[in-house]
Design a protein around this ligand. Structure first.
Ligand SMILES: [Zn+2]
Length: 470
Protein backbone atom coordinates (compact mmCIF):
# COMPACT_ATOMS: atom_id res chain seq x y z
CA UNK A 1 0.00 0.00 0.00
CA UNK A 2 1.76 3.10 -1.16
CA UNK A 3 0.61 5.80 1.15
CA UNK A 4 2.06 9.06 2.32
CA UNK A 5 2.43 9.51 6.02
CA UNK A 6 -0.54 11.70 6.69
CA UNK A 7 1.04 13.75 9.40
CA UNK A 8 3.55 14.98 6.88
CA UNK A 9 0.80 17.20 5.49
CA UNK A 10 0.26 18.96 8.76
CA UNK A 11 2.04 22.08 9.89
CA UNK A 12 3.09 25.46 8.71
CA UNK A 13 5.36 24.31 5.96
CA UNK A 14 3.38 21.26 5.02
CA UNK A 15 3.31 21.99 1.33
CA UNK A 16 7.04 22.43 1.07
CA UNK A 17 7.48 19.58 3.50
CA UNK A 18 5.22 17.46 1.40
CA UNK A 19 7.32 18.14 -1.64
CA UNK A 20 10.35 16.93 0.21
CA UNK A 21 8.60 14.00 1.81
CA UNK A 22 7.04 12.96 -1.46
CA UNK A 23 10.27 11.23 -2.20
CA UNK A 24 12.55 11.49 0.79
CA UNK A 25 10.01 10.29 3.32
CA UNK A 26 8.28 7.88 1.05
CA UNK A 27 6.82 4.72 2.53
CA UNK A 28 10.12 3.10 1.72
CA UNK A 29 11.80 5.11 4.42
CA UNK A 30 8.80 5.92 6.54
CA UNK A 31 8.77 4.91 10.17
CA UNK A 32 6.16 2.32 11.13
CA UNK A 33 3.93 4.80 12.90
CA UNK A 34 3.37 6.69 9.69
CA UNK A 35 2.07 3.58 7.98
CA UNK A 36 -0.80 3.14 10.39
CA UNK A 37 -4.20 4.33 9.16
CA UNK A 38 -4.34 6.98 11.89
CA UNK A 39 -7.77 8.14 10.85
CA UNK A 40 -8.04 10.88 13.44
CA UNK A 41 -4.78 12.68 13.82
CA UNK A 42 -5.31 14.54 17.02
CA UNK A 43 -3.81 17.80 15.90
CA UNK A 44 -6.12 18.11 12.96
CA UNK A 45 -9.56 17.24 14.17
CA UNK A 46 -12.37 19.55 13.25
CA UNK A 47 -12.68 22.67 15.18
CA UNK A 48 -9.04 22.76 16.00
CA UNK A 49 -7.90 26.30 15.67
CA UNK A 50 -4.65 26.60 13.89
CA UNK A 51 -2.46 28.69 16.08
CA UNK A 52 -2.09 32.03 14.36
CA UNK A 53 1.63 31.75 14.65
CA UNK A 54 1.51 28.59 12.58
CA UNK A 55 0.44 30.29 9.48
CA UNK A 56 -0.07 33.97 9.73
CA UNK A 57 3.28 35.46 10.50
CA UNK A 58 5.14 34.39 7.43
CA UNK A 59 2.14 33.35 5.50
CA UNK A 60 2.60 35.59 2.53
CA UNK A 61 6.24 34.82 2.14
CA UNK A 62 5.74 31.11 2.64
CA UNK A 63 2.81 31.04 0.25
CA UNK A 64 4.74 32.88 -2.39
CA UNK A 65 7.65 30.53 -2.05
CA UNK A 66 5.51 27.46 -1.96
CA UNK A 67 3.74 28.16 -5.19
CA UNK A 68 6.71 29.42 -7.10
CA UNK A 69 6.97 26.73 -9.77
CA UNK A 70 10.72 26.81 -10.09
CA UNK A 71 11.40 26.42 -6.39
CA UNK A 72 8.73 23.79 -6.08
CA UNK A 73 9.94 21.66 -8.91
CA UNK A 74 13.66 21.72 -8.49
CA UNK A 75 14.11 20.16 -5.08
CA UNK A 76 11.59 17.54 -6.03
CA UNK A 77 13.47 16.56 -9.10
CA UNK A 78 16.68 16.26 -7.17
CA UNK A 79 15.15 14.45 -4.27
CA UNK A 80 13.11 12.15 -6.41
CA UNK A 81 16.10 11.04 -8.37
CA UNK A 82 18.19 10.42 -5.29
CA UNK A 83 18.72 6.78 -4.44
CA UNK A 84 15.91 5.46 -2.32
CA UNK A 85 17.01 4.82 1.24
CA UNK A 86 16.87 1.30 2.54
CA UNK A 87 14.66 0.88 5.56
CA UNK A 88 17.06 -1.32 7.48
CA UNK A 89 15.12 -0.91 10.69
CA UNK A 90 11.70 -1.56 9.27
CA UNK A 91 9.54 -3.31 11.85
CA UNK A 92 8.62 -6.92 11.66
CA UNK A 93 11.18 -7.55 9.02
CA UNK A 94 13.82 -10.11 9.54
CA UNK A 95 13.77 -10.07 13.31
CA UNK A 96 15.33 -13.54 13.31
CA UNK A 97 18.26 -12.48 11.16
CA UNK A 98 19.16 -8.90 12.03
CA UNK A 99 22.05 -8.53 9.59
CA UNK A 100 19.83 -9.08 6.60
CA UNK A 101 18.51 -5.97 4.90
CA UNK A 102 14.80 -5.39 5.18
CA UNK A 103 12.76 -6.63 2.27
CA UNK A 104 11.79 -3.86 -0.11
CA UNK A 105 8.39 -2.44 0.71
CA UNK A 106 5.50 -3.04 -1.58
CA UNK A 107 5.56 -0.26 -4.15
CA UNK A 108 2.12 -1.09 -5.49
CA UNK A 109 -0.91 1.02 -4.71
CA UNK A 110 -4.04 -0.79 -3.68
CA UNK A 111 -7.58 0.46 -4.01
CA UNK A 112 -10.77 -1.54 -3.59
CA UNK A 113 -8.73 -4.70 -3.51
CA UNK A 114 -7.08 -4.00 -6.83
CA UNK A 115 -3.31 -3.67 -6.97
CA UNK A 116 -1.81 -1.00 -9.18
CA UNK A 117 1.81 -1.45 -10.21
CA UNK A 118 4.17 1.54 -10.23
CA UNK A 119 4.19 3.36 -13.52
CA UNK A 120 0.76 2.19 -14.54
CA UNK A 121 -2.78 3.38 -15.04
CA UNK A 122 -5.71 1.23 -13.97
CA UNK A 123 -9.47 1.56 -14.13
CA UNK A 124 -11.12 0.39 -10.93
CA UNK A 125 -14.82 -0.02 -10.34
CA UNK A 126 -16.55 1.04 -7.13
CA UNK A 127 -19.92 -0.57 -6.56
CA UNK A 128 -21.82 2.26 -4.94
CA UNK A 129 -25.11 0.47 -4.45
CA UNK A 130 -27.83 -0.90 -6.63
CA UNK A 131 -30.60 0.47 -8.76
CA UNK A 132 -34.20 -0.17 -7.81
CA UNK A 133 -34.30 -3.17 -10.13
CA UNK A 134 -31.17 -4.60 -8.59
CA UNK A 135 -28.55 -3.77 -11.18
CA UNK A 136 -25.23 -2.86 -9.62
CA UNK A 137 -24.29 0.80 -9.85
CA UNK A 138 -20.66 0.76 -10.87
CA UNK A 139 -18.66 3.95 -10.54
CA UNK A 140 -15.45 4.06 -12.59
CA UNK A 141 -12.30 5.26 -10.87
CA UNK A 142 -9.01 5.91 -12.61
CA UNK A 143 -5.80 5.37 -10.68
CA UNK A 144 -2.53 6.66 -12.09
CA UNK A 145 0.28 5.32 -9.96
CA UNK A 146 3.67 6.87 -10.54
CA UNK A 147 7.00 5.17 -10.75
CA UNK A 148 8.23 7.09 -7.76
CA UNK A 149 6.47 7.19 -4.37
CA UNK A 150 4.72 10.33 -3.26
CA UNK A 151 1.39 11.72 -2.12
CA UNK A 152 -1.96 10.25 -3.05
CA UNK A 153 -4.06 13.07 -4.50
CA UNK A 154 -7.76 12.28 -4.93
CA UNK A 155 -10.04 14.24 -7.25
CA UNK A 156 -13.76 13.75 -6.80
CA UNK A 157 -16.58 15.10 -8.96
CA UNK A 158 -20.37 15.03 -9.25
CA UNK A 159 -21.15 14.21 -5.65
CA UNK A 160 -23.99 16.43 -6.79
CA UNK A 161 -25.00 14.61 -9.94
CA UNK A 162 -25.84 17.71 -11.99
CA UNK A 163 -22.47 19.45 -11.47
CA UNK A 164 -20.61 18.65 -14.65
CA UNK A 165 -17.57 20.93 -14.97
CA UNK A 166 -15.52 18.93 -12.46
CA UNK A 167 -16.29 15.68 -14.27
CA UNK A 168 -14.56 17.01 -17.35
CA UNK A 169 -11.67 18.54 -15.36
CA UNK A 170 -10.92 15.17 -13.77
CA UNK A 171 -11.19 13.37 -17.11
CA UNK A 172 -8.71 15.77 -18.73
CA UNK A 173 -6.26 15.82 -15.81
CA UNK A 174 -6.14 12.04 -15.52
CA UNK A 175 -5.93 11.61 -19.27
CA UNK A 176 -2.90 13.87 -19.53
CA UNK A 177 -0.92 12.17 -16.76
CA UNK A 178 2.05 10.03 -17.69
CA UNK A 179 2.50 7.38 -14.98
CA UNK A 180 6.15 6.93 -15.89
CA UNK A 181 6.80 10.56 -14.97
CA UNK A 182 4.42 10.92 -12.04
CA UNK A 183 5.62 11.10 -8.45
CA UNK A 184 2.93 9.65 -6.20
CA UNK A 185 -0.57 8.66 -7.15
CA UNK A 186 -3.65 10.39 -8.53
CA UNK A 187 -7.05 8.84 -7.93
CA UNK A 188 -9.81 10.30 -10.10
CA UNK A 189 -13.47 9.70 -9.32
CA UNK A 190 -15.22 11.88 -11.89
CA UNK A 191 -18.76 10.84 -10.94
CA UNK A 192 -19.24 9.89 -7.31
CA UNK A 193 -23.04 10.15 -7.43
CA UNK A 194 -23.62 8.02 -10.51
CA UNK A 195 -27.33 7.66 -9.72
CA UNK A 196 -27.80 11.43 -9.65
CA UNK A 197 -25.61 11.99 -12.70
CA UNK A 198 -27.56 9.49 -14.77
CA UNK A 199 -30.79 11.32 -13.91
CA UNK A 200 -29.33 14.82 -14.25
CA UNK A 201 -30.08 15.39 -10.59
CA UNK A 202 -28.13 16.96 -7.77
CA UNK A 203 -29.48 14.38 -5.35
CA UNK A 204 -29.53 10.66 -4.82
CA UNK A 205 -32.69 8.82 -5.95
CA UNK A 206 -34.12 9.17 -2.44
CA UNK A 207 -33.78 12.98 -2.70
CA UNK A 208 -30.95 13.04 -0.20
CA UNK A 209 -27.90 15.23 -0.66
CA UNK A 210 -24.91 12.87 -0.60
CA UNK A 211 -22.66 15.74 0.48
CA UNK A 212 -24.39 15.90 3.85
CA UNK A 213 -23.78 12.28 4.83
CA UNK A 214 -20.01 11.80 5.03
CA UNK A 215 -18.36 9.94 6.67
CA UNK A 216 -21.52 7.89 6.63
CA UNK A 217 -22.87 5.01 8.62
CA UNK A 218 -22.81 1.37 7.69
CA UNK A 219 -26.29 0.86 9.10
CA UNK A 220 -27.78 4.20 8.18
CA UNK A 221 -29.91 5.44 5.30
CA UNK A 222 -29.09 4.58 1.72
CA UNK A 223 -27.17 7.86 1.37
CA UNK A 224 -25.31 7.22 4.59
CA UNK A 225 -24.27 3.73 3.50
CA UNK A 226 -23.01 4.98 0.15
CA UNK A 227 -21.08 7.75 1.93
CA UNK A 228 -19.66 5.26 4.43
CA UNK A 229 -18.44 2.91 1.74
CA UNK A 230 -16.90 5.71 -0.31
CA UNK A 231 -15.27 7.35 2.67
CA UNK A 232 -13.75 4.24 4.18
CA UNK A 233 -12.73 2.42 1.04
CA UNK A 234 -11.62 5.34 -1.12
CA UNK A 235 -11.29 8.66 0.71
CA UNK A 236 -9.20 7.21 3.51
CA UNK A 237 -6.62 6.16 0.91
CA UNK A 238 -5.99 9.81 0.02
CA UNK A 239 -3.37 12.20 1.36
CA UNK A 240 -5.30 15.17 -0.04
CA UNK A 241 -8.75 15.55 -1.57
CA UNK A 242 -10.06 18.12 -4.04
CA UNK A 243 -13.84 17.82 -4.36
CA UNK A 244 -15.34 19.56 -7.40
CA UNK A 245 -18.63 21.42 -7.24
CA UNK A 246 -20.49 24.24 -8.96
CA UNK A 247 -23.01 26.78 -7.82
CA UNK A 248 -26.29 25.10 -6.92
CA UNK A 249 -29.41 25.32 -9.07
CA UNK A 250 -29.50 28.63 -10.95
CA UNK A 251 -26.31 30.09 -9.55
CA UNK A 252 -22.81 30.27 -10.91
CA UNK A 253 -19.50 30.54 -9.06
CA UNK A 254 -16.25 32.07 -10.16
CA UNK A 255 -13.56 29.38 -9.89
CA UNK A 256 -12.78 29.27 -6.18
CA UNK A 257 -11.27 26.94 -3.63
CA UNK A 258 -13.12 26.69 -0.32
CA UNK A 259 -11.64 25.29 2.81
CA UNK A 260 -11.52 25.54 6.55
CA UNK A 261 -8.76 28.09 6.95
CA UNK A 262 -8.59 27.37 10.68
CA UNK A 263 -6.72 24.19 9.78
CA UNK A 264 -3.10 24.71 8.79
CA UNK A 265 -3.10 21.59 6.62
CA UNK A 266 -5.93 23.11 4.60
CA UNK A 267 -4.19 26.48 4.36
CA UNK A 268 -1.15 24.70 2.95
CA UNK A 269 -3.24 22.91 0.39
CA UNK A 270 -5.03 26.08 -0.75
CA UNK A 271 -1.68 27.69 -1.59
CA UNK A 272 -1.07 25.23 -4.38
CA UNK A 273 -3.78 26.13 -6.88
CA UNK A 274 -2.11 29.07 -8.58
CA UNK A 275 -4.23 32.05 -9.55
CA UNK A 276 -7.40 30.81 -7.92
CA UNK A 277 -9.64 32.55 -5.41
CA UNK A 278 -9.57 31.07 -1.92
CA UNK A 279 -12.42 31.42 0.58
CA UNK A 280 -12.77 30.35 4.15
CA UNK A 281 -15.85 28.28 4.86
CA UNK A 282 -15.76 25.76 7.66
CA UNK A 283 -17.88 23.27 5.78
CA UNK A 284 -21.11 21.78 7.08
CA UNK A 285 -21.18 18.50 8.89
CA UNK A 286 -21.60 15.73 6.35
CA UNK A 287 -19.60 17.34 3.57
CA UNK A 288 -16.84 15.14 2.18
CA UNK A 289 -14.20 17.80 2.85
CA UNK A 290 -15.35 18.24 6.44
CA UNK A 291 -15.31 14.49 7.11
CA UNK A 292 -11.89 14.28 5.48
CA UNK A 293 -10.35 17.02 7.60
CA UNK A 294 -11.94 15.46 10.68
CA UNK A 295 -10.01 12.33 9.73
CA UNK A 296 -6.78 14.28 9.30
CA UNK A 297 -6.85 14.44 5.50
CA UNK A 298 -6.48 17.94 4.01
CA UNK A 299 -9.42 18.57 1.73
CA UNK A 300 -11.01 21.46 -0.12
CA UNK A 301 -13.95 22.10 -2.38
CA UNK A 302 -13.24 23.50 -5.82
CA UNK A 303 -16.20 25.49 -7.12
CA UNK A 304 -16.38 25.95 -10.88
CA UNK A 305 -19.23 27.70 -12.65
CA UNK A 306 -22.83 26.59 -12.78
CA UNK A 307 -24.58 23.22 -12.62
CA UNK A 308 -25.94 21.32 -15.61
CA UNK A 309 -23.64 23.15 -18.03
CA UNK A 310 -20.21 22.34 -19.43
CA UNK A 311 -18.31 25.62 -19.41
CA UNK A 312 -15.01 25.68 -21.32
CA UNK A 313 -13.42 28.61 -19.48
CA UNK A 314 -14.19 27.20 -16.04
CA UNK A 315 -13.07 23.73 -17.08
CA UNK A 316 -9.81 25.11 -18.43
CA UNK A 317 -9.24 27.01 -15.20
CA UNK A 318 -9.84 23.84 -13.20
CA UNK A 319 -7.42 21.79 -15.30
CA UNK A 320 -4.69 24.40 -15.04
CA UNK A 321 -5.21 24.79 -11.30
CA UNK A 322 -4.96 21.05 -10.64
CA UNK A 323 -1.88 20.75 -12.84
CA UNK A 324 -0.37 23.63 -10.88
CA UNK A 325 -1.29 21.90 -7.63
CA UNK A 326 0.33 18.63 -8.72
CA UNK A 327 3.44 20.54 -9.63
CA UNK A 328 3.48 22.32 -6.29
CA UNK A 329 3.04 19.00 -4.50
CA UNK A 330 6.10 17.72 -6.30
CA UNK A 331 4.12 15.18 -8.29
CA UNK A 332 4.82 16.50 -11.78
CA UNK A 333 7.38 18.67 -13.49
CA UNK A 334 5.24 20.36 -16.08
CA UNK A 335 3.95 23.80 -15.27
CA UNK A 336 1.42 25.87 -17.06
CA UNK A 337 2.07 29.55 -16.74
CA UNK A 338 -0.52 31.67 -15.01
CA UNK A 339 -0.54 35.34 -15.69
CA UNK A 340 -1.20 35.81 -11.96
CA UNK A 341 0.42 32.88 -10.22
CA UNK A 342 -0.69 33.76 -6.69
CA UNK A 343 -3.86 32.67 -4.96
CA UNK A 344 -6.25 35.49 -4.12
CA UNK A 345 -7.84 35.32 -0.70
CA UNK A 346 -11.32 36.65 -0.06
CA UNK A 347 -13.64 37.34 2.82
CA UNK A 348 -17.10 36.86 1.38
CA UNK A 349 -20.63 38.05 2.02
CA UNK A 350 -23.96 37.09 0.55
CA UNK A 351 -26.50 39.60 -0.61
CA UNK A 352 -30.06 38.37 -0.21
CA UNK A 353 -33.30 39.28 -1.91
CA UNK A 354 -35.78 41.05 0.37
CA UNK A 355 -38.91 41.34 -1.79
CA UNK A 356 -40.31 38.78 -4.21
CA UNK A 357 -40.21 39.27 -7.93
CA UNK A 358 -38.09 38.82 -11.02
CA UNK A 359 -34.35 39.23 -10.59
CA UNK A 360 -32.47 41.23 -13.21
CA UNK A 361 -28.73 41.33 -12.60
CA UNK A 362 -26.52 44.28 -13.52
CA UNK A 363 -23.15 42.61 -13.07
CA UNK A 364 -21.22 39.65 -14.39
CA UNK A 365 -19.38 36.95 -12.54
CA UNK A 366 -15.90 38.21 -11.69
CA UNK A 367 -16.84 41.89 -11.92
CA UNK A 368 -15.18 44.21 -9.46
CA UNK A 369 -17.77 46.34 -7.68
CA UNK A 370 -17.68 49.28 -5.30
CA UNK A 371 -19.54 49.52 -2.03
CA UNK A 372 -23.12 50.59 -2.63
CA UNK A 373 -23.03 49.71 -6.33
CA UNK A 374 -26.25 48.24 -7.63
CA UNK A 375 -25.83 44.55 -8.38
CA UNK A 376 -29.34 43.97 -9.61
CA UNK A 377 -33.02 44.74 -9.27
CA UNK A 378 -36.01 42.68 -8.28
CA UNK A 379 -39.20 43.72 -10.04
CA UNK A 380 -42.58 42.47 -8.88
CA UNK A 381 -44.63 41.85 -12.02
CA UNK A 382 -47.91 42.20 -10.12
CA UNK A 383 -47.46 45.71 -8.75
CA UNK A 384 -44.31 47.03 -10.47
CA UNK A 385 -42.61 47.41 -7.10
CA UNK A 386 -38.86 47.47 -7.62
CA UNK A 387 -36.17 46.84 -5.05
CA UNK A 388 -32.44 47.11 -5.51
CA UNK A 389 -29.65 44.88 -4.36
CA UNK A 390 -26.38 46.64 -3.62
CA UNK A 391 -22.85 45.57 -2.86
CA UNK A 392 -22.25 45.68 0.92
CA UNK A 393 -18.52 46.16 0.40
CA UNK A 394 -16.01 46.96 -2.31
CA UNK A 395 -15.07 43.66 -3.82
CA UNK A 396 -15.55 41.10 -6.52
CA UNK A 397 -18.58 39.11 -7.62
CA UNK A 398 -17.56 35.56 -6.72
CA UNK A 399 -20.95 33.99 -7.18
CA UNK A 400 -24.33 35.08 -8.45
CA UNK A 401 -27.78 33.97 -9.41
CA UNK A 402 -28.99 33.90 -12.97
CA UNK A 403 -32.01 36.03 -13.82
CA UNK A 404 -35.03 34.26 -12.39
CA UNK A 405 -38.07 34.56 -10.17
CA UNK A 406 -36.98 34.91 -6.56
CA UNK A 407 -38.48 34.87 -3.10
CA UNK A 408 -37.39 36.92 -0.08
CA UNK A 409 -34.26 35.47 1.48
CA UNK A 410 -32.87 34.14 -1.76
CA UNK A 411 -29.07 34.55 -1.82
CA UNK A 412 -28.49 36.39 -5.07
CA UNK A 413 -24.90 37.65 -5.00
CA UNK A 414 -21.75 36.45 -3.31
CA UNK A 415 -19.32 39.35 -2.99
CA UNK A 416 -15.71 38.74 -2.03
CA UNK A 417 -13.59 41.34 -0.31
CA UNK A 418 -9.91 40.82 -0.99
CA UNK A 419 -7.86 39.96 2.08
CA UNK A 420 -4.40 38.76 2.91
CA UNK A 421 -3.97 35.13 3.73
CA UNK A 422 -3.02 36.06 7.28
CA UNK A 423 -6.16 38.16 7.64
CA UNK A 424 -8.33 35.34 6.32
CA UNK A 425 -6.83 32.90 8.80
CA UNK A 426 -7.21 35.37 11.65
CA UNK A 427 -10.84 36.06 10.82
CA UNK A 428 -11.55 32.38 10.33
CA UNK A 429 -10.25 31.68 13.81
CA UNK A 430 -12.31 34.55 15.17
CA UNK A 431 -15.45 33.23 13.50
CA UNK A 432 -15.15 30.17 15.71
CA UNK A 433 -15.93 32.22 18.79
CA UNK A 434 -18.43 34.58 17.17
CA UNK A 435 -21.35 32.28 16.50
CA UNK A 436 -23.70 34.77 14.89
CA UNK A 437 -22.69 34.00 11.33
CA UNK A 438 -21.00 30.81 10.35
CA UNK A 439 -21.97 28.69 13.31
CA UNK A 440 -25.61 29.58 13.27
CA UNK A 441 -25.59 28.66 9.59
CA UNK A 442 -24.78 25.12 10.55
CA UNK A 443 -28.15 24.88 12.17
CA UNK A 444 -30.00 26.54 9.34
CA UNK A 445 -30.84 29.26 11.80
CA UNK A 446 -33.73 31.54 11.04
CA UNK A 447 -32.07 34.83 11.75
CA UNK A 448 -33.79 37.82 10.27
CA UNK A 449 -32.09 38.87 7.06
CA UNK A 450 -31.40 42.49 6.30
CA UNK A 451 -31.32 44.09 2.89
CA UNK A 452 -27.83 43.66 1.55
CA UNK A 453 -27.37 41.11 4.30
CA UNK A 454 -23.91 39.87 5.02
CA UNK A 455 -24.98 36.38 5.92
CA UNK A 456 -23.20 33.46 4.42
CA UNK A 457 -25.42 30.76 3.06
CA UNK A 458 -23.42 27.75 2.23
CA UNK A 459 -23.90 26.18 5.62
CA UNK A 460 -27.62 25.72 5.18
CA UNK A 461 -28.93 22.38 4.16
CA UNK A 462 -30.80 22.58 0.87
CA UNK A 463 -33.86 21.15 2.55
CA UNK A 464 -33.94 24.23 4.75
CA UNK A 465 -32.80 26.95 2.43
CA UNK A 466 -32.28 25.60 -1.04
CA UNK A 467 -29.19 27.70 -1.54
CA UNK A 468 -26.41 25.54 -0.26
CA UNK A 469 -23.62 25.67 -2.74
CA UNK A 470 -21.44 22.69 -1.95
ZN1 LIG B 1 -22.10 20.62 -5.29
Amino acid sequence: MCKMPRRALIGPLALAFLIATASAQSPIAAPPVAQSPAPATSATTAGTVAAPTDTSADAAAVGAAAIEPATAAEPTAEAAQAPLPVAADAPGSSEATPPQPAPPPDPTFELLGKRVEPGSRVRVSWRSGATFIGDPMDVPITVVHGNRPGPVLCLTGAIHGDELNGVEVIRRVLGALDPSELVGTVVGVPIVNMAGFSRGSRYLPDRRDLNRFFPGNLNGSSASRIAHDFFNRIARSCDAIVDFHTGSFDRSNLPQVRGDMRLSMVVELTRGFGATSVLHTPGAIGMLRRAATDAGIPAVTFELGAPVRLEPIEIEHGVTAIETLMNNLGMTQRVRQWREPQPIFYESRWVRVMRPGMLFTDVKLGDRVRQGQRLGRVINPLNDETSELVAPVRGRVLGMALNQVVLPGYAAFHVGEEASEAQLIRDAARALVVPDETESMDQGATSTPVEGSTEQVDEYTPEVEGDATE
